[in-house]
Design a protein around this ligand. Structure first.
Ligand SMILES: Cc1cc2nc3c(=O)[nH]c(=O)nc-3n(C[C@H](O)[C@H](O)[C@H](O)COP(=O)(O)O)c2cc1C
Length: 484
């Protein structure tokens, strides 16, 4: 079918296509396929989120055959600054230019001085269709601080091959040539494709530098194991194949999964303060960390998040609407105003009681001894919302903070409150959960007449939040409806 179409094109278009196909080393039919696919991707706005940095992309993880275009927001085309280091594998970086361009990237190439011993700037510019950059003190590009432009006016920096020397300079924060100045000046994600002799790769100095770079948030692809250019040598040190590197670059542009997009999630967090008089209050030790972590994870998962927080010393997570309250009664009022919601998570440690009659003035110390504090019950926010006849969120999750008989108490709470799930955590002082960064939870989920219990190992509160949001995403996906 492609043949037929090509034959019917007018001569001018055919000549243009022939030239483009030849430049890209493809058949005319393949070129048409690439053009159509790119057009389709751009029309359907395959815009990316921010690339995620800091990790390792195993060559096995990337789909070598996947050549869909990657594009970056807010421009339509991803811009890659490709730094080529001085190793034998520099010749493969020339193929990488083509692989990146096939995926719709705009590639600007920087060659180190050593790289120019292996490949020429002319080859790099011919393949990238752009001028190739080689010199930090280049009057032509430095009239407007060109190295800063190359560092920032891009979506991703790829270094291939990343030599031992380049990695050492990066780890040490050097900036004495164009490549290292760009790398020190960038605030963009960096993907490294190391390539070197296995002894260089295994040298303790390189190991230290690799560890440091990973801690600094750099992502690595390869090196692979295999034969070396040096005769008779084999081991780990071969640069990943260009197609693997292009796929790893593309993976960094993949939008993060947003399974809660279109859902509204309401979360309460922190303690409540119940006034005794204008200057004193009853409180508890809740830090709000777990609730805030859940709010952040839900927002990252694409939910519209309303966080209602008691007094804590934490900043609002990105993308979350925060309402600060003091008492249990304020919290309940704020929860009602934040409805409707698809999911409501009550992680706040709401005081069970408040002082029945709050002093209007500061209670004075007198000869009559301490004043009797008559307590009265606070509204039960979890039970109130779980039992709403009208506008009950489809998934209501409570927290059970217990110091003894954790599972029995949590099970009883699940039945008593009428919620769907309970996240039970042991908050006895020895666990350090209250105010700490780690948590051990059991997730109790009502399933018809029975209760399923999922016990998680000790995790950071961020990991608990991520895992809970994942479970919520699965449950809401099964339930189906998305709010308009
Ligand atoms: C023939 C030859 C091949 C080389 N191959 C590599 C290599 O694969 N990896 C590496 O880290 N260094 C290699 N080197 C050493 C680098 O070229 C040298 O460390 C240089 O300073 C790197 O500079 P750059 O990091 O600025 O590109 C090679 C050197 C020669 C002469």
């Amino acid at each position: 079918m492609a043949n037929l179409t090509i034959r019917k094109l007018d001569e001018l278009l055919k000549a243009e296509l022939r030239q483009r196909a030849a430049a890209n080393g493809r058949s005319m039919e393949d070129e048409v396929r690439v053009i159509l696919r790119d057009a389709m991707h751009q029309r359907h706005g395959f815009a990316t989120g921010l690339p995620q940095a800091g990790g390792e992309v195993a060559p096995d993880d990337v789909s070598a055959g996947d050549q869909t275009a990657f594009v970056a927001s807010p421009r339509s085309t991803a811009r890659v600054t490709l730094i080529v280091g001085g190793g034998i594998a520099a010749y493969k970086a020339m193929d990488l230019i083509r692989r990146l361009k096939e995926r719709g990237a705009d590639v600007r190439v920087v060659l180190t001085k050593a790289a120019q011993q292996f490949v020429s700037p002319l080859t790099a510019s011919a393949l990238s269709h752009q001028r190739c950059y080689t010199d930090l003190f280049d009057p032509q590009s430095e009239f407007d601080a060109g190295h800063i432009r190359l560092a920032r006016d891009c979506d991703l920096i790829v270094i291939a091959p990343a030599t031992a020397d380049l990695m050492a300079k990066m780890a040490g924060g050097h900036a004495d040539d164009l490549a290292t100045a760009i790398l020190l000046a960038t605030n963009r994600p960096v993907l490294l494709a190391p390539a070197m002799n296995p002894l260089m790769w295994n040298n303790p100095a390189t190991r230290r530098n690799v560890d440091q770079l990973k801690r600094d948030g750099v992502t690595m692809v390869g090196p692979n194991a295999g034969e070396m250019a040096e005769r008779g040598e084999a081991g780990t040190g071969r640069m990943a194949e260009p197609i693997e590197i292009a796929a790893a670059a593309q993976a960094l542009f993949a939008p993060p999964p947003r399974p809660l997009r279109g859902r509204r999630v309401l979360i309460t967090a922190g303690p409540t303060h119940e006034p005794i008089d204008p200057v004193r209050y009853i409180a508890n030790r809740s830090s709000g960390k777990q609730g805030y972590a859940i709010a952040a994870a839900a927002a990252r998962a694409g939910a519209e998040v309303a966080l209602i927080s008691g007094p804590v010393d934490l900043a609002a997570p990105d993308g979350v609407t925060l309402t600060r309250v003091e008492s249990a009664r304020d919290m309940l009022a704020a929860v009602h105003s934040a409805l409707p919601a698809d999911v409501a998570i009550f992680a706040a440690a709401v005081a069970d009681w408040r002082v029945a009659s709050e002093g209007e003035q500061k209670i004075k110390k007198g000869a009559g001894g301490p004043p009797p504090l008559q307590l009265t019950e606070n509204p039960d926010i979890l039970a109130t919302i779980s039992k709403l006849a009208d506008g009950r969120p489809p998934l209501v999750i409570g927290f059970a903070a217990e110091t003894e008989n954790l599972l029995d108490n949590a099970r009883a709470k699940l039945a008593r409150k009428g919620c769907d799930w309970i996240v039970a955590n042991d908050v006895s002082p020895a666990t350090g959960v209250m105010g700490g960064d780690r948590n051990t939870v059991h997730l109790l989920m009502k399933s018809g007449e029975s209760v399923e219990i999922d016990s998680w190992p000790v995790m950071t509160k961020d990991d608990v939040a991520r895992a809970l949001v994942q479970r919520i995403a699965q449950a809401t996906e099964q339930a189906g409806e998305v709010r308009a």
